[in-house]
Design a protein around this ligand. Structure first.
Ligand SMILES: [Zn+2]
Length: 189
C-alpha cells in the first residue's frame, strides 16, 4: 500500500525574514521570469516557497504556493494583471480575501516598476482554479511503502509479520529564494 502525503502549511518563519523576502522578490522579479525554465526544471528551486506566496488557509487547499507553480502559470499567461501605477505587467503571487465574506483580492508585483499591486478579483475561480490544479498536479510528496502488519484471526490470534514502513521517494528539500537568486545571478544556470 502506498500513502501520499502533501501538507502545504503557512510559513512560520520570523516576520523580518518574510519582509526581506518580499523585497528580494520585488527586486528580482525580471530575473525570476527570465530564468523560469531553470526554476521549473530544478526541483529544489521549483518547490521553493517564500513570503506572501500563499492561499489563505480559510480556503480549501490553502497553503504556500511553490515558485515553480507560479512560474508555470505565468508562462501560460495566467495570474497576470495590469499595473495600476504604470500600466505594466503585474505578476500575481498570492491570494487574499475570505471565502466567507466573498471578498477576493490578489497580491501582485509589477515587472516594470517593481511596485506592489493589490488586485481586486471579479471572478475568483479564474485565479484559484488553475493554481489548485497545478498544486495538485505537482505535489512535493513523500511516498511511503507501508510495511506488513499482522492480521488478527479468531482461531490463530495474530498472524503474519511486522515490517517497517519505508520512504521510497523523499520529499524535495527546496532552497530559499535568496539562494535561488544567488545561483541565477551567478553562472550556475
Ligand atoms: Zn508598474
Amino acid at each position: 500500500m502506498t500513502v501520499h502525503i502533501y501538507t502545504p502549511g503557512r510559513d512560520d518563519r520570523p516576520a523580518d525574514v518574510i519582509v526581506s523576502e518580499t523585497k528580494l522578490f520585488r527586486e528580482n522579479l525580471p530575473l525570476l521570469l527570465e530564468k523560469a525554465d531553470v526554476i521549473i526544471n530544478t526541483p529544489r528551486y521549483f518547490f521553493c516557497t517564500f513570503d506572501s506566496a500563499f492561499i489563505p488557509l480559510m480556503f480549501i487547499h490553502g497553503g504556500m504556493i511553490p515558485l515553480g507553480i507560479l512560474s508555470l502559470l505565468w508562462q501560460q499567461g495566467k495570474l497576470k494583471a495590469i499595473c495600476e501605477f504604470c500600466g505594466g505587467e503585474v505578476y500575481i503571487y498570492g491570494l487574499g480575501g475570505s471565502p466567507l465574506s466573498g471578498s477576493h483580492s490578489a497580491r501582485g508585483c509589477c515587472k516594470d516598476c517593481a511596485r506592489y499591486n493589490k488586485v481586486i478579483v471579479d471572478h475568483f475561480p479564474d485565479l484559484w482554479k488553475p493554481l489548485i490544479e497545478a498544486i495538485q498536479a505537482y505535489p512535493n510528496e513523500e511516498i511511503i511503502e507501508k510495511g506488513e502488519r499482522p492480521i488478527f484471526s479468531w482461531s490463530q490470534g495474530l498472524v503474519g509479520n511486522t515490517t517497517p514502513d519505508k520512504v521510497s521517494k523523499a520529499k524535495v528539500e527546496a532552497v530559499s529564494l535568496a539562494e535561488i537568486i544567488k545561483d541565477l545571478q551567478g553562472n550556475f544556470c
